[in-house]
Design a protein around this ligand. Structure first.
Ligand SMILES: [Zn+2]
Length: 336
């Protein structure tokens, strides 16, 4: 994953799902024209939007969004080495490329005039890729008129515009707006990160891990099929998750790999299979998000005291349950 540098490494670690899905979309030239970032972490939403704006406008020679290469911001260049666009965007004050729509601090709602002006402004052509950030997209901050103006802009955006809306939860946003956005959950941070290939493991161990990961990737479609037919709690279901647990435990024992790394490698196989379909399928995104939480819980248990075998067994069982729960949506996502 070394070349994937649309976002800074710390942000990728904290937001493995959102950063990977945005990167996958950018690489295919298939960014949505409006995203709704949900979840608790305001600062990570801001960072994602900001770094996306930098990548869309960076003028460094080697930076092109289509190949997922980095911007000055994602490479954490010191300000004096950044291109002008990145320097402005990093400060959140690029007059053309970075637009904020928010209420005044002493007001409960966004001023209608402000929404109208912005929506007119972005209809004009521009040399820049405009990122329009609505830091509170909850229904409560909109008068009908400003909601309608925004809605119309999202529906018929000017050229080179990207809307990024923030909200705690999609339920708090007008359904008409939600339906025009791609909803992306920006989670609370994953404290241990997601770094299956970043460890002091020996070359041999890494290769073994990669071989297994490839195998997990190949097996994924049949795993989804069997999740559809197997009843959660049935004997076969338990046996199947136990066999996954055994494979994971064996990998750590035979090659001296850290269990956290093995768990992440397993999770990354599902990411690999779903990163493109998840751009269009909310069910696949929700599955990946829950999968990350399950992995995070397992890694925290390992940090505490729990025995390896118990942890991987619980982990494998939780993953099997998740797949069973989302099986219909996963099948739809990978078959499209
Ligand atoms: Zn730049």
């Amino acid at each position: 994953m070394g070349s994937q540098a649309l976002f800074t490494a710390p942000l990728q670690e904290r937001q493995p799902l959102a950063s990977r899905l945005l990167l996958a979309a950018a690489e295919r030239g298939a960014l949505a024209n409006a995203y709704l970032f949900t979840g608790p972490s305001r600062s990570d939403k801001w960072e994602l939007a900001l770094q996306l704006a930098a990548a869309l406008n960076c003028t460094r020679e080697s930076s092109t969004l289509s190949t997922g290469r980095s911007s000055c911001v994602s490479q954490a260049c010191p300000p004096e080495q950044c291109c002008v666009n990145c320097r402005w965007i990093a400060n959140g004050e690029h007059p053309q490329a970075w637009h904020l729509l928010k209420r005044e601090p002493d007001k409960t709602k966004i001023a209608v005039e402000k929404a109208r002006l912005l929506c007119e402004e972005i209809l004009k052509s521009s040399a820049y890729f405009r990122v329009i950030v609505v830091t509170e997209a909850e229904q409560s901050v909109f008068h009908d008129a400003s909601a309608n103006a925004l809605l119309k802009s999202i529906e018929e955006p000017g050229a080179r515009c990207l809307f990024v809306l923030f909200a705690g939860h999609a339920d708090m946003v007008l359904p008409t707006i939600v339906s025009r956005c791609q909803v992306l959950e920006v989670s609370g941070a994953y404290p241990t990160g997601f770094l299956w290939n970043d460890d002091d493991a020996s070359e041999e161990a890494r290769q073994a891990l990669e071989t297994h990961r490839r195998q997990f990737i190949r097996e994924f479609p049949s795993v989804v099929e069997s999740a559809i037919t197997l009843k959660a709690g049935s004997i076969k279901y338990v046996l199947e998750s136990r066999s996954i647990a055994e494979r994971l435990a064996k990998l750590t024992e035979e090659y001296g790999l850290s269990p956290a790394m093995v768990i992440d490698a397993y999770v990354s196989a599902d990411f690999e299979c779903l990163k493109v379909p998840a751009c269009d399928h909310g069910g696949a995104r929700r599955y990946l998000n829950r999968l990350l939480s399950v992995a995070e819980t397992a890694k925290q248990e390992l940090d505490h005291y729990v025995k390896l075998n118990n942890v991987v067994e619980t982990f494998a069982y939780s993953v099997a349950e998740l797949r069973s729960h989302f099986s219909g949506e996963l099948r739809l996502a990978i078959s499209s």
